[in-house]
Design a protein around this ligand. Structure first.
Ligand SMILES: [Zn+2]
Length: 373
């Protein structure tokens, strides 16, 4: 594990950082059972976790293993000992839906990575780069406009990617959005009160380890006030309002910037099968979707130019003008069709987060991303 020791030794390091949040470890011995395999994976147990480390990525992503260990360790509390009531007793024969999956996984991911900062294994720059990547993933998931975090959690049993219709546009990754919402909830509490999400987690640990469906909101209400809790949850957990990145990160003196639509693009993911250029999926609001193209269509030509690769498609779009419809030739189920395509701007969103240069020092950021002493 390059970058630092997981145990840290003494009062510092990853395990003490987690233990400090809850006032100690609830057991004497915990084992990380690490296997090396073809992918990343982790499963939390009562007193251990089973981890799969992706062999080919171990050299390049050595700190992902730390992040994974930290995530699974936080589950020692959040899900193994702080448990949704829907899981008690756990029914292994039937689906057990709960609107709390985002809290189980998202809050765990948030603290998993924040503990790396508190333990001194990640610096502020590494943390903000991680947060930036998570935000960029979410902002490129069109499903966030339609499906709330709580509903995506409840639908977790239905969100099997391979079985979802129009998965790229429909799915809301509740791990990912849950982690971001946990971070924004923490910043909301920190900017309105002297408390933080730490106090919320501690109050749950002390008072109510079996979680009713509204338990997180109630715990936030107890720590930071009912109005703050209702407003935040109505908008960002139960609702689909755009997340207030700019406003909240600004309070921690982190500059947020979002850019998209810098060029015209097809707005579709393509793949080549047997030499044919096929549409794998179309992105909401992109040129392809507006022209009625569907996954499984073969893309033959755009504006009279034969398209056999991503590069061909990019070249054609460089020559097109916004607002001027051109013909797109496709084949669907053995029938060639010509469709009018109005070139649109690339819906892909790029995010930047920036600290330093020109920004004032922030006590809130220091407290948020403090290193345990
Ligand atoms: Zn997990």
């Amino acid at each position: 594990m390059a970058g630092g020791r997981a145990d840290g030794g003494g009062d510092h390091g990853l395990v003490p950082a987690h233990a400090a949040l809850f006032g100690g470890l609830p057991l004497d011995e915990y084992k990380f059972l690490v296997h090396v395999g073809e992918r990343w994976h982790g499963v939390a147990h009562e007193a251990s976790s089973s981890l799969i480390a992706k062999r080919s990525a171990l050299q390049d992503e050595d700190d992902h293993l730390l992040s994974l260990c930290s995530h699974e360790l936080f589950h020692l509390w959040n899900v193994k000992r702080i448990v949704p009531a829907a899981f008690v007793p756990y029914d292994y024969l039937h689906e057990t839906p709960t609107r709390l999956l985002w809290a189980i996984e998202g809050i765990t991911s948030y603290y998993g990575d924040l503990a790396l900062v508190r333990a001194g294994l990640w610096d502020e720059t590494r943390w903000l780069e991680h947060l930036r990547e998570e935000i960029e993933t979410l902002e490129n998931a069109p499903g966030r406009h339609h499906l709330s975090l709580a509903q995506a959690s409840f639908d977790g049993w239905l969100q099997e990617p391979a079985q979802m219709h129009d998965e790229p546009n429909a799915r809301v990754p509740f791990h990912n959005k849950g982690e971001i919402v946990a971070a924004l909830l923490d910043l909301t509490i920190r900017s309105a009160t002297e408390k933080s999400l730490d106090d919320v987690m501690r109050s749950i640990w002390r008072e109510s380890r079996e979680l009713q469906e509204d338990a997180i909101e109630r715990a936030v209400a107890n720590v930071a006030g009912a109005e703050l809790a209702r407003d935040f949850f109505a908008r960002y957990v139960d609702g689909t309002e755009p997340l207030p990145y700019e406003e909240l990160l600004e309070r921690a003196a982190v500059a947020f910037d979002s850019a998209s639509g810098e060029r015209l693009a097809l707005g579709a993911k393509l793949k080549t099968i047997d030499g044919l250029l096929m549409i794998e999926n179309v992105t909401g609001d992109g040129s392809a979707m507006e022209a009625g193209l569907l996954p499984g269509d073969e893309l033959i030509a755009i504006d009279g130019a034969r398209t056999t690769s991503d590069d061909d498609v990019e070249r054609v779009f460089e020559s097109l003008s916004e607002g001027e419809a051109v013909p797109a030739v496709i084949a669907r189920a053995g029938v060639v069709q010509i469709r009018a395509m109005l070139p649109r701007r690339d819906p892909h969103v790029s995010i930047t987060l920036r600290v330093g240069a020109g920004l004032r020092p922030s006590h809130m950021r220091e407290a948020w991303l403090r290193r345990d002493e």
